[in-house]
Design a protein around this ligand. Structure first.
Ligand code: PEP
Ligand code: MN
Length: 349
């Protein structure tokens, strides 16, 4: 249920509605736009029924009461009344007019590899630094990531470059260690529907980059986001990374239509991962330009100083030496959609 307040509603009137919703056992989610405040009453079926019986239509300051039409209530565009969510990652904005360039190696391999990459992407204007310490590999015999040592190297790369870190969490048991380092916790495509993991990230409150599952519909992706949001963590970015289709000429099919459609359905920022969709480097630039031009709020891309020797995902990694040109081209494409690269905002004195 959504309670749309009048433009003239006072703070006391808004608070009175919130109090009533909470007394009925539901949670009140407040969202204030430029003109009106909208209060979402979020609860289970029983709580929804109690809120419905409150007769909020007659309450002072209330304009109208409307049902939330989607099963993903907190992720829906309806709940913010068209206002888009803008995340703040350590002073960098993601969403709105800010475009996030998230770059780094697939996996942390060594101190030299991680620090070299971090410097290159920082110098080219990247917003955030990516790198996996725990890797979801198809084969159990493949390199699984450096684990704790990888996290330590990510912390060092952040200390040196100032770039906030995006790194994947696969196992709740590694949560505390990952939270020590991650400014954004990546939930990989294979874990998109790992509901206990999503719930724990929701409780941890740390920003999350939620990747679309290999065969997940947009509704399923948004329901997965809802698990995080429901725990009171509003900092979720959705990520399109290619889906399984009948096509075999490339690794996955990058579903760029998902970008405008997700932005129609949801207020959450939408990031595109061209690297994992493509599987090969030559496709990464054109897909990145298309993603930026179609209105993505950012790109997460793999970069390596020496892709031919990369332990993991080398064929799709951009070469570090060409990364500045790549970043410039992406910046121009993002400008077509009215976005500029997110820079660190000077801290207020
Ligand atoms: C990754 O980002 O390195 C990764 C494994 O991505 P995905 O979960 O999309 O396959
Ligand atoms: Mn990878």
């Amino acid at each position: 249920m959504m309670i749309v307040m009048r433009e003239t509603a006072t703070e006391e009137e808004v608070e009175a509605v919130v109090a009533k919703i909470e007394r009925a056992g539901a949670r009140a989610h407040r969202s204030s736009g430029a003109r009106v405040t909208v209060i979402g009453a979020i609860g289970d079926v029983e709580q929804d029924a109690s809120v419905e019986s409150l007769g909020l239509e007659g309450q002072p300051g209330v304009d109208r009461v409307v049902p939330i039409l989607k099963p993903y209530k907190l992720a829906s565009a309806q709940i913010t009344h068209g206002v888009r969510s803008v995340l703040d990652i350590d002073g960098r904005k993601v969403g709105g007019e800010s475009f996030a360039l998230i770059a780094g190696p697939c996996t942390v391999e060594s101190r030299e590899q991680m620090l070299d990459t971090a410097r290159v992407v920082r110098d080219a204007g990247a917003t955030l630094l990516r790198g996996g310490a725990y890797k979801p590999r198809t084969s159990p015999y493949a390199f699984q990531g450096l684990g704790q040592e990888g996290l330590r190297l990510l912390a060092e790369a952040k200390a040196e470059t100032g770039l906030p870190i995006v790194t994947e969490l696969m196992d709740i048991g590694d949560m505390d260690a990952v939270l020590e380092v991650a400014d954004v916790v990546q939930i990989g495509a294979r874990n998109m529907q790992n509901y206990p993991l999503l719930t724990e990230i929701g409780r941890a409150g740390r920003p999350a980059l939620l990747k679309r599952g290999l065969s997940a519909t947009l509704d399923e992706l948004l329901m997965a986001a809802e698990y995080i949001l429901k725990e009171g963590n509003p900092n979720v970015m959705l990520c399109e990374r290619g889906i399984r289709t009948f096509e075999t000429a490339y690794r996955f099919t990058l579903d760029l239509m998902a970008v405008p459609v997700l932005k129609e359905l949801s207020h959450l920022p939408v990031i595109v991962d061209p690297s994992h969709a493509a599987g090969r480097r030559e496709l990464v630039l054109p897909l990145s330009l298309a993603a930026a031009a179609v209105g993505a709020d950012g790109i997460i891309v793999e970069v390596h100083p020496n892709p031919d020797e990369a332990i993991c995902d080398g064929p799709q990694a951009l070469r570090a030496e060409g990364f500045a040109d790549y970043a410039q081209a992406v910046e121009q494409a993002a400008a077509l959609a009215g976005k500029a690269l997110a820079r660190r905002e000077p801290a207020l004195a």
